[in-house]
Design a protein around this ligand. Structure first.
Ligand code: ZN
Length: 182
């Protein structure tokens, strides 16, 4: 399993591996995790860290690359990359009430489910179905957007039918809670 870490501090983005994770300010390599408050929700993707030398704090994002191949619709194979999954979810969740932390938590849950399957190859369609199942519980708009790409509706009627189905399910649950846009 390969890990890719993206350090985020004051809009500076940097990519490095876990084994050589260093403080972005002084390059010291002894760091401690200072905030585990969100880490359970994001399942370890996002961590607040503190440098043991300069004491500065920054947030790290760690994504997992499973040793699993994705069989794409065009027939090609590629390595599963969690960062790609997060990118896809970001696009689907734009202008919805879903927060960045919710996206990371979702990506983490999907990745865990994929790991449990212990498959060496999974079709992009199968992964899409897993994502949709989780997304459906979070946000209707994001679900429809993702579904349009991954399920490829046969025609407009089929798409409208899917939208109607979700609306009917959703209506009794509607609340007047304020929505925060991210
Ligand atoms: Zn430092």
């Amino acid at each position: 399993m390969k890990r890719e870490d993206v350090l985020s501090s004051n809009k500076i983005w940097e990519t490095q591996t876990t084994s050589t994770m260093k403080c972005p300010y002084c390059k010291h390599d002894e760091l401690k995790v200072t905030d585990s408050r969100n880490s359970s929700e994001c399942n370890g993707i996002k961590r607040r860290r503190e440098c043991l030398r300069c004491q500065r704090r920054f947030t790290t994002f760690e994504t997992v690359d499973l040793s699993m191949q994705v069989h794409k619709r065009d027939g090609h194979y590629e390595d599963f990359q969690q960062s790609k999954l997060i990118k896809g979810l970001d696009a689907a969740c734009r202008h919805t009430s879903i927060s960045r932390d919710q996206i990371l938590a979702l990506a983490s849950r999907v990745t865990q489910e994929l790991m449990q399957r212990q498959a060496q190859v999974l079709s992009a369609t199968a992964i899409g179905e897993i994502v949709m199942r989780h997304l459906k519980e979070l946000d209707t708009i994001a679900y429809i957007r993702f579904a349009c790409v991954y399920r490829r509706f046969k025609d407009v009627d089929e798409l409208m039918e899917a939208i109607q189905k979700v609306r009917v399910q959703e209506e009794p649950l509607e609340e007047d809670s304020p929505q925060v846009l991210h």
